[in-house]
Design a protein. Structure first.
Length: 144
């Protein structure tokens, strides 16, 4: 019985910590995407984060990883090319109503360097799999 009580107490504390320290609860994420005009030319992707809370929120604003993900029309994630990035922690504090824009580019290649074609979804995901994300934006990657 004592073990059970300890486990339940630990569980309650862990749950309380998660709900009180969630840094991204009041952030809105939106994504805008350019168009492919020439095969192989980079596609501009801008992910905008807006602080909708009444308090300042500090976010990680580094350059790695990219701030979006790509999904196929069936919902599977397309692995993107691996990037080399500086291991520097960069943070930005957003005042209430403040915004920060992450600007990325993608040339339509997967992790293996293969140019993919067809219809895909780009989803702004500036923090992690568990953080807020944007609504998907549909892009059509041209044939060769």
């Amino acid at each position: 019985m004592r073990k059970t009580c300890w486990f339940l107490t630990g569980l309650v504390v862990a749950t309380a910590c998660k709900t009180t320290t969630e840094p991204y609860a009041d952030l809105r994420v939106e994504t805008s995407v350019g168009t492919f005009t020439v095969l192989g030319a980079p596609l501009g992707i801008t992910t905008t984060v807006t602080n909708e809370s009444s308090r300042p929120v500090t976010i990680y604003a580094g350059t790695c990883p990219v701030h979006f993900r790509v999904e196929s029309s069936t919902g599977s994630t397309i692995p993107l090319p691996i990037q080399t990035c500086a291991a520097i922690k960069i943070t930005v504090t957003l005042v209430p109503g403040g915004i920060h824009r992450f600007t990325d580019q993608w040339d339509g290649r997967d992790r293996n360097g293969t140019r993919i074609t067809g219809t895909y979804l780009i989803i702004g995901q500036p923090f992690s799999d568990s953080g807020p994300q944007s609504a998907p934006v549909t892009v059509q990657l041209p044939q060769n």
